[in-house]
Design a binder for this molecule. Structure first.
Ligand SMILES: [Mg+2]
Length: 185
């Protein structure tokens, strides 16, 4: 599916405002044209823009498709926020919904426990050569539950976690730094 951004149209976006600790505290509405959006994501496009001037540069279709894909991905991952906020309805444990130390302890233990359950299925797969996809799906769901509860406890939207991870990995891929070690490479 191909969607062409209109160079003349002004697109509106909400952009997060971060505090000094990197936490989202507010959002602002910004307006951008298609060439400006593309220039942000594609340094080579910025260079071209400088040379020929944005008014004269046709939007490269491949860039448009990539940009649309990125935004579709972000839109989709925002669905996880709805799920994460819904989980409070099932949260019955010490400190549920407070983000206090009791809740963090419970969620940390829960995440570790469910990860262990997943590993148990992987172990059996290694041993017996059979994979139980139904059970795996349930365990992955349990892990997701605890990850989402932890996000809420730390007041971070899961979509923020996914989008920042997406950009981190995309950047590493572009710089050919996927392999190697260290969080800040
Ligand atoms: Mg489980």
């Amino acid at each position: 599916m191909k969607i062409r951004l209109d160079n003349l149209k002004v697109y509106e976006f909400s952009e997060p405002i971060f505090d000094s600790l990197g936490k989202v505290v507010d959002e602002k509405i910004i307006s951008k044209t298609a060439p400006e959006i593309l220039a942000e994501h594609y340094p080579h496009y910025k260079e071209q823009m400088k040379k020929v001037g944005k008014r004269h540069l046709a939007t490269p279709e491949s860039c448009v498709e990539d940009w649309i894909t990125i935004n579709w991905a972000i839109e989709k991952i925002q669905n996880i926020d709805k799920y994460a906020h819904w989980t409070i309805e099932t949260a019955v444990y010490p400190g549920a919904g407070t983000g206090n130390i009791e809740e963090l302890q419970y969620l940390g233990l829960g995440l570790g426990g469910e990860t262990g359950e997943l590993l148990e299925h992987i172990k059996k797969y290694v041993r017996d050569g059979k994979i139980d996809n139904v059970a795996i799906k349930k365990e992955l769901g349990d892990i997701f539950y605890y990850l989402c509860r932890l996000c809420i406890a730390f007041k971070i939207e899961p979509s923020e976690v996914l989008s920042s991870n997406y950009y981190k990995l995309t950047d590493r891929k572009e710089r050919n730094m996927i392999k190697g070690s260290g969080d800040n490479r």
